[in-house]
Design a protein around this ligand. Structure first.
Ligand code: UDP
Length: 342
């Protein structure tokens, strides 16, 4: 029996595939390389020594998806595939709703048809919008503030309705906080195309000399040093969270939702200072005006995941910085292949 991983060539997907393989799990991987590279598949095979089944396909192609279910004995699905750039989602909402919602509906319909009812879905802390307080618990009111976030929120609702309609489904929704870092080998990591939107890939590219300086978006927030606070989590810890979620999903029924973070917040300046201390690289920066939509403080309450999944993040902020830089310095131009964009 295999686990189907959609979006397995992406940043979190690739690290999860590797952990699954190293735990002895049989996997079948789907990706259309819209925001990733075929090189990722080669590297996961190299690191794991396993030649798993891979399909280059878009989940909107339901016939192709059915063929995959016919050819493979699938026991559970981990659904990472989706488009995820906030700014792009504001410019192209129809594409975002179509790609994220339709692909999830296709996947669930095919799963249902083939009697596969164990699903793990990649959601995001973005569904909390501007949280009223941190640490954020899973029962916090949801209020996504952009089309990308709303697709995540809508899919969560869709999955709850699906579970209500058929109690054989077992669905685990994982709300990720801010994944950074890379596999310690430096062979797989985050490879955003063009100018990065997120903090850590921008920091590593400043360190590499690709950009002259980091812009820190605002230093007048009500935090200890005035810069925003986030819950950064090592991507390998996040990947391990999926293995724990998988055990639970296969043995349970109904819907469960878990925050995956460390439970600890760091400011932008703390992250930059730690990066400099760990790597010895200098990160020139300037303070610029706040970025629209940013919230001052956002970090997770992770007690539910600890209690019910038996999982917690173990890698600290230094390790996150070290591994991010190791990946960047070993792969100055990322996976170096062409990427299809919207
Ligand atoms: N940030 C920044 N400069 C950048 C990118 C991000 O100062 O070039 C800040 C951003 O304002 C936020 C934090 O870093 O306070 C984390 O941003 P990111 O986009 O990585 O995550 P998110 O805001 O989505 O949690």
């Amino acid at each position: 029996m295999a686990v189907l991983v959609t979006g397995g060539a992406g940043y979190i997907g690739s690290h999860t595939c590797l952990e699954l393989l190293q735990a002895g799990c049989d996997i079948v991987v789907i990706d259309n390389f819209m925001n990733s590279s075929v090189e990722v598949v080669h590297r996961i095979r190299k690191l794991s020594g396993e030649n798993f089944q891979f399909y280059n396909m878009n989940l909107l192609d339901r016939d192709h998806l059915e063929q995959i279910f016919q050819k493979n004995k699938i026991e559970a699905c981990i659904h990472f595939a989706g488009v995820k750039a906030v700014g792009e989602s504001v410019r192209f909402p129809l594409l975002y709703y179509k790609q994220n919602l339709f692909s999830t509906i296709n996947l669930c319909r095919v799963m249902q048809k083939y009697g596969v009812k164990n699903l793990i879905f990649s959601s995001s802390a973005t569904v909390y919008g501007s949280p009223e307080k941190s640490p954020i618990t899973e029962d916090h009111v949801l209020h996504a503030t952009n089309p990308y976030g709303r697709t995540k929120w809508m899919i969560e609702e869709l999955l709850k309705d699906l579970s209500l309609s058929d109690q054989d489904w077992s669905i685990t929704i994982l709300r990720y906080f801010n994944p950074i870092g890379a596999h310690e080998s430096g062979e797989i990591g985050e490879d955003p195309k063009g100018m990065p939107n997120n903090l850590m890939p921008f920091v590593t590219r400043v360190a590499a000399g690709e950009y002259p300086m980091l812009e820190i978006f605002g230093d007048q927030y009500p935090t200890k040093d005035g810069t925003c606070i986030r819950d950064y989590i090592h991507v390998v810890d996040l990947a391990c969270g999926h293995l724990k979620a998988l055990e639970k999903t296969i043995s349970a029924r109904g819907v469960d939702i878990y925050n995956l973070g460390t439970g600890q917040g760091y400011s932008v300046l703390e992250l930059v200072n730690t990066f400099e201390a760990v790597t010895g690289m200098e990160i020139p920066y300037q303070i610029s005006k706040p970025r629209a939509g940013d919230v001052a403080i956002c970090y997770a309450d992770v007690t539910k995941a600890e209690r019910e999944l038996g999982w917690r993040a173990v890698r600290g902020i230094e390790e996150m910085c070290r591994d991010s830089w190791n990946w960047q310095s070993k792969n100055p131009i990322g996976y170096c292949s062409e990427v299809k964009t919207l």
